[in-house]
Design a protein around this ligand. Structure first.
Ligand code: FAD
Length: 372
């Protein structure tokens, strides 16, 4: 009998397991993947995410992998260039973002959970929740060689991403749901000299995101309105490069550089909040809240919510507060901070350039997250 089982060991699950283990709880962390391994995602981390990595003692470890610091983010749209100035950060942390490869970041996070005392079983796929009446009391699944796995805990936390089996089996209700708005394709290029992050938006809703990452490569994504997905995928490379060509200074380097990996793409970008708790279960990360990838917020959101859910579950497990009350507060805190970012993201993804008031609200919320 564990105190908590966390299903999913990437940027939501591993920090949740780590924080609960550091608080003295007996935690089982499960993932069907084996680590290190990649996942479909570009990987820009905003400053509130950097603050959390620092607070957990992991920022230096991530930086030591050679990921370049990104000193500035630039948004080019409607003939405007918006480049926020450096912001005051706590503890003297430099006001620099990073964009670490997921197979590197996620392994560091999972290792940190193990170092904190969590038991981590990789290659275990959860298939079913075990119930006692209405309450979730454990999981059933299997290893890669089909050995059955059955484990019980006081709480099962679904950090199992967009297609969360935990959310599906508990019937977690969705709210504030918006339609899927965009698709994206990304790959990695050598030969891009710009050390900054750039987003370009065009009037026909096509866009480019460019982030420097490990090994001297840049991750460059091209996206567009969902209606254009099927046409785009008929000639991914040609259509991708045609969008890049709209930014001559970038196109020059891309065309002179080398594409180092295959194209990865998706049109599976739903926008929803889910009720993130019930009797014996909770959700964190994409399992409980998903927004279009366009603002690159998923990892930062997952880090924030890992802290919030771990605080709530710790309070419940240690008897400081009734679990339901603590998790209700988790939902309120998550939604209060996520909502302005969600509205901003959905607006941008729908091709509407945000108003000054939207920018203000986005900036204020990010600043609050940096200092909370
Ligand atoms: C194209 C694209 C680009 C993106 N770019 C960015 C970006 O630049 N910056 C950013 O912050 N975010 C970005 N995101 C979003 C980001 O990838 C997600 O928000 C983030 O990965 C969510 O983390 P998570 O831990 O909740 O879920 P995931 O990272 O999806 O991890 C879920 C884990 O659960 C495991 N799992 C699932 N089901 C089971 C099961 N039944 N049993 C056991 N294990 C299971 C999976 O193997 C996986 O390891 C992007 C997403 C996409 C699709």
């Amino acid at each position: 009998m564990y105190d908590a089982i966390v299903v999913g060991a990437r940027c939501a699950g591993a920090p949740t397991a780590m924080l609960l283990a550091r608080a003295g709880h007996n935690v089982l962390l499960l993932d069907r993947d084996e680590f290190p391994s990649d996942i479909m995602s570009t990987h820009f981390i905003h400053l509130p995410g950097i603050v959390r990595l620092h607070r957990w003692g992991l920022l230096d470890r991530v930086k030591e992998t050679g990921v370049p610091a990104i000193p500035k983010t630039n948004l080019h749209a409607n003939g405007l260039l918006i480049s926020p100035p450096p912001v005051p950060m706590p503890d003297g942390i430099p006001s620099e973002a990073i964009c670490p490869r997921r197979y590197i970041l996620d392994k560091i996070l999972a290792d940190a959970a193990v170092e904190a005392g969590a038991e981590f079983r990789q290659g275990v796929s959860v298939r079913e929740l075990i119930r006692d009446g209405d309450a979730v009391v454990g999981v059933r699944g299997q290893t890669k060689d089909k050995t059955p796995v059955e484990e019980r805990a006081k709480i099962v936390i679904g950090a199992d991403g967009l297609h969360s089996i935990v959310a599906r089996q508990v019937g977690a209700e969705e709210y504030d749901t918006r339609p899927t708005l965009t698709f994206a394709y990304y790959t990695y290029w050598s030969g891009i000299s710009d050390p900054e992050m750039h987003i370009w938006f065009f009037e026909d809703s096509r866009g480019i995101l460019s982030f420097p990452t490990h090994d001297g490569l840049s991750c460059i994504a091209v996206g567009g309105a969902i209606e254009g997905f099927h046409e785009f995928r008929e000639d991914i490379e040609g259509n991708y490069l045609a969008v890049i060509d709209r930014v001559p200074e970038l196109a020059r380097e891309v065309r002179a550089g080398k594409r180092k990996e295959r194209f990865v793409g998706t049109a599976d970008q739903p926008n929803y909040f889910r009720v993130p708790y019930g009797s014996g279960w909770a959700l964190v990360g994409d399992a409980g809240y998903h927004r279009d990838f366009l603002t690159g917020l998923g990892i930062t959101d997952a880090f924030r919510d890992a802290e919030l859910v771990a605080q709530a579950v710790d309070a419940g497990l240690s008897g400081k507060r009734p679990m339901g009350e603590a998790l209700a507060e988790y939902q309120t805190k998550r939604d209060t901070v996520a909502k302005p970012l969600y509205d901003f993201t959905v607006k941008l993804a729908s091709g509407t350039f945000p108003e000054p008031a939207d920018w203000m609200s986005f900036g204020t919320t990010m600043a609050q997250m940096i200092h909370s």
